[in-house]
Write a protein that binds this ligand. Structure first.
Ligand SMILES: Nc1ncnc2c1ncn2[C@@H]1O[C@H](COP(=O)(O)OP(=O)(O)O)[C@@H](O)[C@H]1O
Ligand SMILES: [Mg+2]
Length: 362
């Protein structure tokens, strides 16, 4: 069969073990010199998981510590709201809400201590960071200076929810998360230049391609390409492959100036759910790495080659705020027309169903 045809139908089977090997607690201790300083809080208590899963966000009201997030609101004309008291009586009456100071005071203290030791942190769970929830913090990043920011960010993130509920979705052996344990990673904050983050695709112990991770155009990357590739090659072949149990994985790295060292940001499953960025998964599974003039295996480091204004219009992670159709429609008048049409059809259908239901009842 010609490779192209095969590629179109390429299945990429992933096992639960492969996903587990990509959890921070599994891989980061293998490469301590290559990861930022971090504190991992292992086996989070069930109550904390419930806290993240519950609707709404309940911040702790501590007596002896001040936080801009829990300072008592002084009522005035501007924030006076007539339903205020009603809300308290009705909405919370039936739901047993989880509260940090009552339900996981030890963990709460542990988090505060860790943040005193590390300073500002970038949090993540076993696999995902709450990149989709930065809108909830005033600085619009994942930088947490205090424990309340940590709670806000984790609670507001769908990516965190994915780790808790659907981490093994699509695995060929089992997709059960029930007996999983979850860990919280607090990485010491470092100012990362997104232009210098790369995603590396490793298939059967060969680097088959690498892509810029942040998909904006940076004019200075192209001429540094060989420097980046040398650092990536060394890291994969001399450091990672000898120690990491899987031979196919997707590696995220950071190469800070002056480009004489490389850091591991993450190891992700070799699976369709890992974003292939400037590649497609069909390409990644079928590329045959070429060899260079010294007969060494070579690969393409793919870069964005020009400004792409369309990308700016579709805000990153906006797919988490509204349906994807709507995001796409925002960029294309024809799509808006189509969407309006679909919406009308749905409404019609609903009206018809309702009227036939009420006929049934009578
Ligand atoms: N120590 C850190 N300080 C600041 N930002 C970080 C740090 N570590 C990672 N980041 C940023 O967070 C992003 C997401 O982290 P990552 O571990 O790759 O999570 P995910 O797998 O959910 O994307 C990275 O692309 C990087 O820009
Ligand atoms: Mg990742």
């Amino acid at each position: 069969m010609p490779p192209q045809e095969y590629a179109t139908f390429a299945d990429i089977p992933v096992t639960k073990a492969q996903i587990e090997h990509c959890s921070y607690l599994f891989w980061s201790p293998l490469f301590p010199k290559y990861v930022p300083k971090s504190i991992i809080i292992e086996s989070l208590p069930k109550k904390f998981i419930q806290y993240l899963e519950q609707d709404g966000i309940k911040l702790p009201q501590e007596e002896n510590s001040r936080s801009v997030y829990t300072e008592e609101i002084i009522r005035n004309e501007d924030n006076e709201y007539s339903d205020w008291e009603d809300d308290e009586d009705t909405a919370t009456e039936f739901i047993q809400e989880v509260e940090p100071l009552v339900d996981f005071p030890d963990l709460h203290q542990q988090l505060k201590d860790a943040m005193t030791e590390l300073g500002a942190v970038a949090p993540k769970l076993n696999w995902s960071a709450p990149r989709d929830a930065t809108w909830i913090l005033p600085n619009n990043t994942m930088k947490c200076y205090e424990v309340n920011e940590l709670y806000l960010l984790l609670n507001a993130s769908n990516y965190i929810m994915h780790d808790l509920q659907r981490a093994f979705e699509g695995c060929v052996d089992s997709d059960d998360v029930r007996d999983s344990k979850f860990d919280l990673v607090l990485r010491q904050w470092c100012d990362i230049n997104p232009a210098l983050e790369f995603r590396v695709f490793v298939r059967d112990a060969h680097v088959v391609g690498a892509s810029q991770r942040d998909l904006n155009y940076y004019d200075y990357l192209d001429e540094l390409s060989d420097t980046f590739k040398d650092l990536i090659d060394e890291l994969v072949h001399d450091i990672i492959l000898p120690k990491f149990s899987d031979k196919s994985f997707v590696l995220d790295v950071y190469i800070p100036r002056p480009f004489n060292k490389i850091l591991i940001i993450d190891i992700n499953p070799f699976a369709r759910k890992t974003d292939p960025l400037l590649f497609s998964w069909n390409e990644i599974v079928t590329i045959i790495p070429p060899t260079d003039d010294r007969n060494n295996e070579d690969y393409e480091l793919r870069l964005v080659t020009r400004h792409n204004t369309g990308r700016f219009a579709s805000k990153e992670h906006s797919e988490n705020h509204v349906p994807q159709d709507l995001v796409e429609a925002g960029l294309d008048p024809e799509a808006i027309r189509e969407l309006t049409q679909k919406w009308r059809e749905l409404l019609n259908q609903q009206t018809q169903e309702e009227s036939s239901n009420s006929e049934d009842e009578t």
